[in-house]
Ligand binder design. Structure first.
Ligand code: PEP
Ligand code: MN
Length: 395
């Protein structure tokens, strides 16, 4: 009885991100909806399963999400699934559209699904789907993106453009522009991480610098994050979501399933509706207003210290690279190969061990040292090339 009462109460007083923010920061923030999205402090939430698997799974997921009272801007479910391996579940296809329409009708939830070709676009438009996303494997190909843009010409439903699987900012921005030229409604960059080599606890590396650069170039765009495909594992969903919010993203797409372990796609990264509600309660929204130094002397002290340290870092890097150039010249004179794999492995191991000792993340140090090593090889190569140019110059 008590449980029933609590559920009723929750239904009446929806736990919206608006309320969460008020509670945590004592500052009113608007809840996530397309219209509210114009406000700098609003947050959009897209939740639902990776794939629409069956009528019952779609309906139960939507019902359970509604019962939590979480304020959802769009209910997501993929109908056509781009799977790496043939023979895995490739989505319910067109027949699933009726399941999504039923969710919209019965739970009053706007619907979003993925489109990967003009036929998909035609089917979703004919059936009143409220928004679409373009997947990472589609964004990589400007031909596909243009075909989708042509099929969407003149429509006024929002389109979310996922980053391409490879870390190429221009490709992502180009796809966004193609869609912007075609449609009347808003286009949202949707960051889902990049498929890259190297150690990472995440399925797709976030490479936050890329979306940050996109937002720096196009500050008027509203950044949305897909922590599910970045994380690949439900235990990191909260962490990635909070990081995105800290970086001024204004929306999250979180894969939510009624029975995550038995999902037919992306089982490891999906979360239950109860966990979704939990994650959202823990997320702390931050003010996106720029703080001027005169507003906080403490913050300006921190910034001064950071600026000073950054210069010291740059000076150190310059010294490091000057030594690389000298080694390059020495190796050239002694006809020794530039890449010394054993020495390089030892450097990386030593850096990682020391980083662990002083509390720096091994992902960060790995990336930093690889970048330093790349530049160092370029310097050493430049010493060779420089010498050659001089020799040719003498001829
Ligand atoms: C998805 O959202 O389920 C999906 C297939 O995403 P992505 O294109 O990011 O892999
Ligand atoms: Mn998925």
């Amino acid at each position: 009885m008590i449980i029933g009462f609590q559920q009723n109460q929750r239904m009446k007083h929806k736990i919206s991100l608006h309320k969460i923010a008020e509670k945590k920061n004592g500052r009113p923030l608007e809840n996530g909806s397309i219209s509210a999205n114009k406000s700098p402090n609003s947050l959009m939430l897209i939740a639902g399963p990776c794939s629409a698997e069956s009528e019952v799974q779609v309906r139960k997921t939507a019902e359970a999400i509604s019962l939590t009272g979480v304020d959802v801007s769009y209910f997501r479910a993929g109908l056509w699934k781009p799977r790496s391996q043939p023979g895995t579940f490739e989505g319910a296809g067109y027949k699933g559209i009726d399941w999504l329409k039923a969710v919209k009708r019965d739970f009053n939830l706007p619907i979003i699904t993925e489109v990967a070709n003009p036929q998909h676009v035609e089917m979703v438009l004919k059936n009143g789907i409220d928004a679409v996303w373009i997947g990472a494997r589609t964004t990589v190909n400007p031909f596909y993106v243009q075909e989708i843009a042509n099929a969407l010409k003149g429509v006024d439903i929002p389109v979310f453009v996922k980053n391409p699987v490879n870390p190429d900012l221009e490709l992502w921005m180009g796809a966004i522009e193609r869609i912007e030229k075609a449609i009347q409604a808003e286009v949202f960059p949707l960051h889902r991480g990049f498929n890259m080599t190297g150690n990472s606890r995440f399925r797709n590396r976030p490479v936050w610098q890329i979306p940050i650069e996109l937002h720096t170039r196009r500050p008027e765009l509203t950044m949305i994050c897909d922590p599910s495909h970045i994380a690949g594992d439900r235990k990191y969903i909260y962490e990635v979501s909070q990081k995105a919010i800290n970086l001024n993203y204004r929306g999250l797409m979180i894969e939510t399933h009624i029975d995550p372990p038995n999902a037919l796609s992306d089982a490891a990264q999906q979360i239950s509706p109860a966990l979704l509600s939990d994650v959202l309660k823990r997320i702390q929204l931050r003010s996106t207003t720029e703080i001027k130094p005169e507003d906080s002397p403490k913050l300006s002290k921190f910034r001064e210290r950071i600026d000073e340290l950054d210069f010291q870092l740059l000076d150190l890097l310059k010294k490091r690279m000057d030594v690389s150039s000298e080694i390059g010249a020495w190796k050239q004179n002694n006809k020794v190969s530039i890449l010394q794999p054993e020495r390089w492995s030892a450097i990386l191991k030593r850096a990682n061990d020391y980083a662990a000792e002083i509390g720096l993340s091994s992902e960060f140090i790995d990336q930093l040292f690889k970048a330093i090593h790349d530049e160092s090889i370029d310097r050493q190569t430049a010493a060779d090339v420089g010498k050659l140019i001089n020799e040719y110059g003498r001829e």
